[in-house]
Design a binder for this molecule. Sequence first.
Ligand code: ATP
Length: 442
Amino acid sequence: MTESSQESKPDMEEIVSLCKRRGFIFQSSEIYGGMAGAWDYGPLGVELKNNIKRAWWKSVVQGRDDMVGMDASILMHPQVWVASGHVATFADPMVDCRSCQARFRADEIEGDVCPNCGAKGQLTEPRMFNLLFKTFAGPVENEASTVYLRPETAQGMFVNFANVLAATRRKLPFGMAQIGKSFRNEVTPRHFIFRTREFEQMEIEYFVRPQEAERWHQYWMEERLSWYVNLGIRPENLRLFAHAKEDLAHYAAACSDVEYQFPMGWMELEGIANRTDFDLRQHSEASGVNLTFFDEEAGEHITPYIIEPSAGVDRPLLAFIVDAYRQEEVRGEKRVLLRLHPSLAPVKATVLPLSRNERLVPKAREVWALLRPHFMTQYDDAQSIGRRYRRQDEIGTPYCVTVDFDTLEDEAVTIRERDSMDQVRVPIGGLVAALREKLPPC
Ligand code: ATP
């Protein structure tokens, strides 16, 4: 059916425009001119985001025998961030332009020309800028009431190490997983939802015997890479990038990033670090609470090493959209298609009456009601059937269910598949089962 398919990368403007037009992602506070580094997820965006989080949770918690979930608070005792090293060292080197006062991350500058105003030789030497967001807890605004919005979810799991161990009686190796918001006062938020000041993370802290850390680090790199591939990202657009020792974060002994080839180049989706025993030792010392594990095999208390696969939600979401985006020519007409994996697609099936005929509409609404308890669905009866198929292709809906005049006679409907556009006829009584068979469990 497909006459040609454009495999080249879409540019970011096409993606941003599709996201806004179809209700995936809007600029935060748009009617006030927007808020830099913040974006809002619309009706389809929230579905896609939830599906990504669900797929991750299923893969790293529900489907495993060595992982448990957590949901720690965003506000934590300020000492957490002192002990973790973030208050002292969670900083990026920044460069200021003396001419236009703009500020940039030092690694984004090439040469001595200001990317904003073009002035030459006006850039300062790099200076450290702390990325922690500060606020106050309670009515008094002073040093003692200062708290931070967490810049990573990880610390909520480290400080609960003893609690989780006591409650679940786990043995090494085991892990905790958490999904939640994090905040960083990024100086140059950009590339749409790629670098923002408020974002979501999906983090795993996997506790292992120190001598096994390298093996588990390797294991998690492979595991996480295949997660993206299994959810439909083309392998040639993914790679692992190992950081040089001198570029590592203050807590890490090694780190490899899962990178995706975005329209703007290869960029990080997820960092997989060997955090050693740094965090548990720091918190043990600062809190005075013993955060060791009694290793029965070795007959001694040890401080486990931590392997941390730390993914964003927003960056992978952008990668899933970019990778799924296709422009095809079908019978002389352009169709834009999101080939999203069915378990990520925001809408699983849309019910379409052939027209707004007074006999077809009630029948189609009846079919829609039949599907709603089982799947995320839509109903659309506006404009021609061809335009409606295109609209569903553009948001990645895997199946359209069409109600036509024959339906009134034979109680059967047509299921049309998104990618091949193939159609099959099924009885309404067997529709839920037919879709269940085609779709992954949701
Ligand atoms: P970068 O070098 O791009 O700033 P990072 O190495 O500081 O990223 P990590 O601390 O490893 O990022 O955070 C883990 C994951 O959290 C990242 O891979 C990314 O998906 C997500 N993340 C981090 N910072 C941001 C941000 N400002 N906006 C959106 N997602 C982010």
